[in-house]
Ligand binder design. Structure first.
Ligand code: PPS
Length: 391
């Protein structure tokens, strides 16, 4: 619209300028009052230029005002659906509730951009509740999709190769502009990811609508007991969160769901509901952390198949298993988040990002009562819909 008006105006001014010049030249060739005629011609050109500039400025200003109003309306609509969790700050973070999930303030502030984000057909999205082993899964997915290019995997950090959608760096706008194939990490559930988009029941309907793309998505589930321990250490270590309470306090926040991306039960249920309601080609591949630990090769084969890649040879599988083992990843600067130390994001008195990578670490933290509480909650919310291995 804006372009059409500008083009029209430009065409009109060009026409008027040319007319002015032609009539001026005509009079010049006919002889009398040469200087006067030239002056008049120049004045006319200047006048047209001014009219053009004022018109352009007016249109730009009007467009900016309209866009700002639209944005402000969308923001108010969003705020109407979003509840601030008063008095429940988590560390330094204000929390909000959106469609049954808790989101921290920086993500809420970016929500209009997240909502309008357009996925591409060849994007690969890895989504999981925090501390489920998403970094591990990202490394596997990226390598499988890139013909086991270990050299590049070691030279570029996972955050460069596989940016975090709702994180300020590089930011969703930069991700939108990426020219290469995109590998995206997110902790948002499918419902939240597609909340601003009208999804149809089948891909056929969608083709008719032809504007909503659902890319390939993979998730990783980890047993909630180990999740709690891992998340606890992460929140204490991460200076951007600023959480400094003890384990029991964290445990209570976790089970009440009042922490970023909580409650975990809603996250799991969201993925299950998505898979129940979507056609096969939109279903999320579910990998379990514990299966990856105990049965790496078979899980990698499932991922390969999902990505449409050939099965790895024994030799390639051996290399990938070695590269993705906890001991290798812990010391690999491309995936161990050591660069956070230099950026000042990590409290060096706390645990490292690659902490223990074990199943059953919760046993060193949980009281009998806490253990019982989680068992009860798993039963209550998930009703055996997901199997968990706790040791
Ligand atoms: S985050 O912050 O949400 O992106 O964290 P995430 O990557 O999901 O989870 C971090 C935990 O995964 C462990 N991890 C691994 N375990 C086993 N093998 C490998 N290769 C591996 N890579 C990462 C990591 O150590 C964190 O778990 P904890 O229990 O804290 O050690």
């Amino acid at each position: 619209m804006y372009a059409i008006i500008c083009n029209g105006l430009r065409g009109r001014c060009h026409h008027l300028m040319m007319n002015g010049l032609t009539s001026c030249c005509r009079r010049l060739t006919s002889g009398g009052g040469v200087n006067q005629e030239v002056d008049n011609g120049i004045k006319r050109i200047r006048l047209f230029k001014r009219v053009f500039a004022i018109g352009l400025f007016g249109i730009t200003l009007t467009t900016a005002v309209i866009l700002k109003r639209q944005r402000s309306k969308q923001w108010h609509e969003l705020m109407a659906k979003t509840k601030r969790l008063q008095g429940q700050k988590f560390g330094d973070l204000e929390l909000y509730e959106m469609q049954g999930l808790v989101i921290s303030e920086p993500t809420v502030k970016d929500w209009l951009n997240i909502e309008s984000f357009v996925f591409r057909d060849d994007d690969i999205v890895v989504t999981a509740f925090p501390k489920s082993g998403i970094t591990w899964l990202q490394e596997i997915v990226w390598l499988l999709a890139n013909e086991l290019d270990f050299k590049t995997a070691k030279s570029l950090t996972i955050t460069d190769r596989f940016p975090y959608l709702e994180f300020p760096s590089p930011g969703i706008k930069s991700i939108e502009r990426m020219k290469v194939r995109r590998y995206l990490k997110t902790h948002l559930t499918p419902t939240l990811l597609f909340s601003g988009k009208q999804l149809n029941e089948t891909t056929e309907d969608n083709d008719n609508n032809n504007n909503i793309v659902v890319p390939k998505m993979i998730t990783i589930f980890r047993n909630p007991k180990d999740l709690i321990v891992s998340y606890y250490h992460f929140c204490r270590m991460n200076k951007m969160i600023g959480f400094k309470e003890d384990f029991d306090h964290f445990f209570d926040r976790f089970i009440s769901g009042s922490l970023p991306y909580g409650p975990v039960w809603n996250h799991y249920l969201d993925v299950l509901q998505w898979n129940n309601s979507q056609p096969d080609d939109r279903k999320i591949l579910v990998i379990h952390y514990e299966d990856l630990k105990k049965d790496f090769a078979n899980q990698v084969n499932r991922i390969s198949e999902f990505l449409g890649k050939p099965k790895l040879s024994d030799d390639d599988m051996k290399q990938l298993t070695n590269h993705c083992s906890f001991d290798q990843m812990k010391y690999n600067p491309a995936v161990n988040y050591k660069h956070w130390d230099d950026l000042g994001f990590r409290d060096r008195n706390e645990a490292e990002f690659m902490r223990r990578g074990q199943i059953g670490d919760w046993k060193y933290y949980f009281s009998k009562e806490q253990n019982h509480t989680i068992d009860k909650l798993v039963k209550k919310y998930l009703q055996n819909k997901i199997y968990f291995v706790f040791e």
